[in-house]
Design a protein around this ligand. Sequence first.
Ligand SMILES: Cc1cc2nc3c(=O)[nH]c(=O)nc-3n(C[C@H](O)[C@H](O)[C@H](O)COP(=O)(O)O)c2cc1C
Length: 201
Amino acid sequence: MTNKNDFYSAVENRRSIYGISSEAVVSNERIQEVINHAVKHTPSSFNSQSARVVVLTGEQHTKLWNITTDALKKVVPADNFGPTQEKMNAFGSGYGTVLFFEDNSVVESLQKQFALYADNFPVWSMQSNGMLQYVIWTSLELEGFGATLQHYNPLIDDEVKKEWNIPSNWKLLAQMPFGKPVAPAGDKQFAPLEERVKFFN
Ligand SMILES: Cc1cc2nc3c(=O)[nH]c(=O)nc-3n(C[C@H](O)[C@H](O)[C@H](O)COP(=O)(O)O)c2cc1C
């Protein structure tokens, strides 16, 4: 199922790439274009469009990983911090980071508006944000970047909100550091598809 740059190849080629550098692969304008495209076209329940994204590059990206390092220093014992510091250095070595949020005020307003589905909206909100994370991850891969999906929330929530003046109703869900790939993805095991998919024809 391949054809360079078609959808199936992009799906297959998106991997977790931990080795990244700060070298530019495409322009900031192009990054903005593919991220705007993903945010605009990724579906959401009731077309609520509750996902929010913040893109940090250059010094802003560095600042995020310094904030995360400082937050982790408060919870990881100092004599055990080596591997954590290495991870922080690796993410910080990238070109930028995409921060994913959901606007809780949109979700709450839907819950009030459609009481019958009140319990579902928070679940759908997460599902939709996951779709957006996937589209952006795959788009960055198509542009020639490597990326991973990280979760240092809620540890860094307050500092992030303060630093980038994020509205209080935006809930941080994930961080996606990206950069020029400098090391290939690791091996990946695949469970048998017969155990995961059933067809009834
Ligand atoms: C919902 C979700 C959460 C994840 N959280 C993390 C994470 O916190 N840190 C991390 O390094 N990778 C995280 N990953 C990456 C997975 O470990 C990775 O996608 C999986 O092992 C398959 O490898 P691949 O991305 O190279 O295909 C996450 C992936 C998903 C889909």
